[in-house]
Design a protein. Structure first.
Length: 254
């Protein structure tokens, strides 16, 4: 089975980093982790100060090292000695550490993978696929008030074959308006511009299958899910969400 290089940019993720790493260990060839922060943006209302410390102070890095040793996983860990100017520079620096041509999966420290039988089957034939990039559905725990499964997922390009042509750039002003975030976006090497996330609201008729893959328009979907902020957990609510997406996507979670 082909495995993925998991690359993670983290900073003070102690409450949830264990969930994140354990969820990816089964499909990880190697973990590439950079602990460090970026300058914040005083122009944005909720970002009103600059970061002052280059790397985590809450025990995140010590926990990560201990956990990866226990799991017996391969890893390379880097600790920033300076504050990064922007998120995309930080991500690209870490991508440069991963051999070209190998598959990578981007995972944040506050995210958790949910694997499916279909994902494991797809990993068996990754190198035979024509696709170089896959979108992954991201489910956000915006707060703890959800009573029913969210019908909104954001498809984001999170799995791709590592290449110098596929690096991160900050979003344009227009993309900032559309996605409302200062987060950097990966560049599509074909069109030479960052790829926007796509909001998916349960339009089952727009999901198409071909060659054993699932597509939303022209975007190939890798059959695993990422849940944001696993520290906000409600077991019954989580079960309802998983059942909903199993039926919608025709998949089976492990």
């Amino acid at each position: 089975m082909a495995k993925l290089n998991i690359f993670m940019n983290i900073y003070e993720e102690f409450p949830h980093i264990e969930h994140s790493i354990k969820s990816a260990a089964k499909i990880a060839k190697k973990f590439y982790i950079l602990d460090g922060t970026v300058k914040l943006f005083p122009a944005k209302p909720d970002y009103n100060s600059y970061a002052e410390v280059a790397s985590s102070r809450d025990g995140t890095l010590e926990l990560v090292k201990e956990l990866l040793k226990k799991l017996g996983a391969g890893y390379s860990i880097y600790e920033s000695t300076y504050i990064w100017e922007s998120e995309h520079l930080k991500k690209n620096w870490l991508l440069d550490k991963i051999p070209e041509g190998e598959w990578v999966l981007q995972l944040d420290g506050d995210e958790q993978l949910y694997l499916t039988n279909e994902a494991l089957a797809l990993l068996q034939r990754m190198d035979d696929l024509k696709e170089e990039t896959f979108d992954v559905p991201i489910i956000f725990h915006a707060d703890a008030s959800f009573k029913e499964p969210s019908r909104i997922a954001f498809l984001q390009p999170r799995i791709w074959r590592n290449s110098r042509n596929r690096r991160f750039r900050p979003p344009s002003k227009e993309q900032l308006v559309r996605i409302g975030s200062y987060s950097s976006l990966p560049v599509d090497p074909e069109v030479k511009r960052p790829v926007d996330p796509v909001s998916f609201s349960g339009e089952q008729e727009l999901l198409k299958r071909g060659g054993g893959l699932l597509y939303y328009g022209s975007r190939a979907i890798f059959p695993l899910f990422i849940f944001n902020n696993p520290a906000i957990r409600n077991v019954e609510r989580q079960k309802r969400r998983l059942i909903y997406y199993e039926r919608l996507f025709g998949i089976k979670f492990l």
